[in-house]
Design a protein around this ligand. Sequence first.
Ligand SMILES: Cc1ncc(COP(=O)(O)O)c(C=O)c1O
Length: 439
Amino acid sequence: MRDETRDYPRVVTALPGPRGAAIIARDQAWSSPSYIKEYPLVAATGRGAMVEDVDGNRFIDWMAGIAVSATGYNHPKVVAAVQEAAGKFLHICGTDFYFEAMAALCERLGRLYPGGEKARVFLTNSGTEAIEGALKLARHHTRRQYVIGFRNSFHGRSYGAMSLGASKVKYRAHFGPLLPGVYHLPFDDPYRGDFDTTAADELFRTTVAPAEIAAVVLEPIQGEGGYILPRPEFHAYWRKFCDDHGALLVHDEVQSGVGRTGKMWACEQYGVTPDVICSAKGLGSGMPIGAIIAREATMTWASGSHGSTFGGNPVACAAALATLDAVEGGLMANATVMGERLLAGLRELQRRHPSIGDVRGMGLMIGVEFVLDRRSKKPATALVAALEQTAFRRGLLLLSCGQSTIRVAPPLVLDTYDVDRGLEIFDAALTEVEGQQLG
Ligand SMILES: Cc1ncc(COP(=O)(O)O)c(C=O)c1O
């Protein structure tokens, strides 16, 4: 029985269709060549976890505009909150003046800090800015300059965030000199190695004194680097390191936070409390907003030492408050239930498709890593690129990360149909590309 109230995926034109092709041509003539544009999706509308393009093609969405559209594409309560806020005032500048939604959002996020201690909140426009601000806060608070980052991590595109990250060399090439004082260590990857602190031990023995480290900045689950879930020992090690040496533990929850893993913050899955949490992406359901959430004892910078013209914009604050209502009001629990269904379905596909080396995840943050063969674990890069394109042409939006991983990060409103039909399309698309012997 078809449910007439819901949308179904359908591909009714060549991709892109004629309207889409015209928009793409215009974009390509005028936009910066640095944009990536994974495949020719030209969005027109969205509903729930379904996106429709300008030619009437419809896709099940397993990527949420890079893990952003937490509440789907136009959640009625988020849209209503945005419309109401926009009808009152578009801007006043929260750095210099007051308004209720900003106070409410800072309080809300402060109360969501998992440590039980009182926290304070600085609002930003993006994840990058949250990281950049956290880096400044750490140096300012500790009066130290060195910072630990991790290989395969991604924290954004500004100089501080870019210097902290080390996921793909193209993000850094020809942009130097980068920020001095950042040391990169290996991130724990249970699929590819044992938990090992040799590199850290060596770094602190030969190169930099732990007492001079301002912050350790890490994603509790790596996003762009490959949807890598480290072992609990890894998190415990860095928490202890920061406790022992007076450094701040900064968790970048830009991708993993706001209910995506089934808890508000991924660090809660690991039972570790960082000193600072950076949030963005899902926080505003697509409206630009991010946050630095820090223990009160840590957020010690003085008036005027940090600010932002747009950060904490009233319309974005309203979107974030409505998003948090929806996430706490059921979507976080839905992420757990749908995540288990998806993980089970993907593990079943792993049994039938030798190219799937590993399936891992928490809630709706799931990585499917593809390999040339399971013994060598060499990344199947071309296969993943082809899978993205083929799934798109069959009505499923996917996005890769790392060297050869598909990141499954759908809107948290995903339902059983979106999971089951999505798995069928994934299966068929994978069968098609495996037949092409791409490597
Ligand atoms: C973990 C993480 N941190 C930071 C960022 C940067 O966020 P934004 O693109 O909002 O500046 C991203 C974006 O992908 C991210 O995944």
